[in-house]
Ligand binder design. Sequence first.
Ligand SMILES: C[S@@+](CC[C@H](N)C(=O)[O-])C[C@H]1O[C@@H](n2cnc3c(N)ncnc32)[C@H](O)[C@@H]1O
Length: 293
Amino acid sequence: MEPLPEPRDLKSVWRMDKWLPELLRNRGGHAERWQGFHPALLAEAIERRNVNWPRMVSRYLRGRDVLDVGCGRSLYSVGFWFAGVKSYTGVDPVLDLDSSLLKDSRPLHGRFTESPWSPRTLERLLPQTRFVRGLTSDLPAGSTFDVLAMHNVTEHLMAIGESFAEFATLIKPGGRIVFRHPNYYSWGGHHMKPRTLGEIIPGDSGQANYIDWGHLIPRPDWPDKITKKQNRIRLGELRELVEKHFVVELWQEERSKKSEGAERLTPEIVQRHPGFSAAELLTQSVICVARRP
Ligand SMILES: C[S@@+](CC[C@H](N)C(=O)[O-])C[C@H]1O[C@@H](n2cnc3c(N)ncnc32)[C@H](O)[C@@H]1O
């Protein structure tokens, strides 16, 4: 085993110590004997926050063939592997199989940073792992999976009705769709700045359009990032759509935290947006698990 790289983020090393027994258990306790086991790879995946989501839903993933739709340029495959999947397929049009530039959401890092691993290296290192550059329609005809997972993708599906109909055909009967959906109607749901209190620039006229639920009022000068890249689906509509194809087993609405604007909602703001409940405006995201009948 190679030694850990210099810990850039001490939390990841702490989490690795804390999580390792659980992560190894997901793999039957034998991962450390697997010749590709690479603590640095796991540490980097933890640092880049690509382990948390698969770990959270690991009970639905363990021993299953999993399709990760919209996997992005990331180390999520490592998180999924340590969640105990039988096989992992990541699909995304932005994939570059030979590039080791990965998305980096850590504070004080660039949007994409170099890593030692490209998707092609990961295919070699992680058993039963493969990547497909493209859309789900580019998967080999007849491909089916036990689980279709999506993390922060549903809000970007511009023809979400058609996408869900297609997803249903990719999941084996009795299989599941498992996704996290960020709510556009939360304080920072516009994906513009400020998404957190820490990003507020007092007096910034650009931010003034979005801040404190201003993004619920359509404007002619909205950027493509809002009009073309986000479907702005309401939570009720999303649930209805899921129920059209699946049986919902879990619908967990996560409240925004203080740092995500939770304490900035006032009765005046709620009044300004008839048709929205305070609860909907304070829902940061939804985690949904649904079964294909
Ligand atoms: C916000 S990113 C999320 C990436 C990753 N899942 C994460 O949580 O970091 C959304 C990703 O979904 C991908 N995407 C959007 N529509 C897609 C589709 N129809 N099929 C596959 N990927 C899609 C985009 O290319 C983008 O990489």
